[in-house]
Design a protein around this ligand. Structure first.
Ligand SMILES: [Zn+2]
Length: 282
């Protein structure tokens, strides 16, 4: 079994503002087709040769110009409930988020929470959102946060720094937290946080297309001894299962002819097949 802990669904372009779409060109230099279709997702998950369970969320960040209703995500996940795990999304800068949290969890049966502090413009450790963390702890809902940089002008970088999760984890040590994208390019902070907190993890989604940086980040992970805190993810539709696994497995190839240290490929395989379902209780 492979768990992809980070994938999206939304109606593209309806759930995005025009400004968001224009700014997103910065990500790869051209506009990407962000249409999501689970059947298409499956066809790009062949090399895995294993059953895949996929965590799926939309995203809510009024400041950045993205809003995917949880009901839309819940409907999408009805296509294959055995393999699709819906998470609700919250933007705590917007009125009504507490109601949306209860509705997503209790009425729509969603299994975790996705937040995007920088995109929405808030700090995850702000006391104003204590209700979010305490609700997550009481109901065993893992919280996955976008950590790391963005292409959106108005999203404050400071809100995304991985170090803020240290404050959260000290206050809510029982909360299962996943820091997305290894907090790139602040991977050093991410490694520092996941090493000291037993319930804080990081996903490696959407990093494989910057191979030198990913090699460097995973060497940090290796030297600090935190391979066991990494979870596999794609950030579909940004990338796919096949492309991610292929590039992860070939990261050492670029070192040929050098004496640079190699990534431990046994640890890499363990990461790809890690039982995120058991770890996160989803
Ligand atoms: Zn994402």
């Amino acid at each position: 079994m492979i768990y992809d802990v980070h994938s999206h669904t939304w109606r593209y372009p309806d759930h995005f503002t025009e400004t968001f779409r224009q700014q997103a060109v910065r990500m790869r230099g051209h506009e990407l087709d962000w249409t999501t279709e689970f059947s298409k997702y499956r066809t790009t998950a062949q090399t895995a040769d294993h059953q895949i369970k996929t965590v799926i969320f939309g995203g809510k960040a009024r400041l950045a110009g993205l809003w995917v209703p949880d009901r839309y995500v819940a409907e999408y996940c009805k296509e294959d409930p055995e393999h699709m795990i819906p998470f609700l999304s919250l933007d705590p800068t917007q009125a009504g988020w507490r109601d949306e949290m209860v509705e997503g969890h209790q009425d729509l049966g969603m299994k975790g929470i996705k937040i995007m502090p920088m995109y929405a413009g808030f700090y995850p450790q702000d006391a104003e959102i204590d209700d979010l963390w305490s609700y997550a702890v009481v109901h065993n809902l893992p919280v996955l946060l976008h950590t790391g940089t963005t292409f959106v002008d108005q999203a404050p970088l400071d809100c995304t720094l991985p170090r803020h999760l240290d404050t959260v984890a000290i206050k809510y040590p029982d909360c299962k937290i996943i820091m997305a994208h290894l907090g790139h390019p602040y991977e050093g902070e991410t490694v520092a946080v996941i090493r000291k907190h037993p319930n804080v993890y990081a996903d490696i989604s959407a990093l494989h297309y910057r191979p030198f940086q990913l090699y460097h980040s995973l060497m940090l992970v290796q030297e600090y001894g935190v391979w066991n805190k990494l979870l596999f993810g794609t950030d579909y539709p940004v990338t796919t299962v096949d492309d991610s696994i292929r590039d992860l497995r070939s990261l050492n190839n670029m070192l040929e002819g050098t004496a640079l240290p190699r990534l431990n490929m046994d640890e890499m395989e363990k990461m790809i097949y890690r039982d995120a379902g058991g770890i996160l209780g989803i």
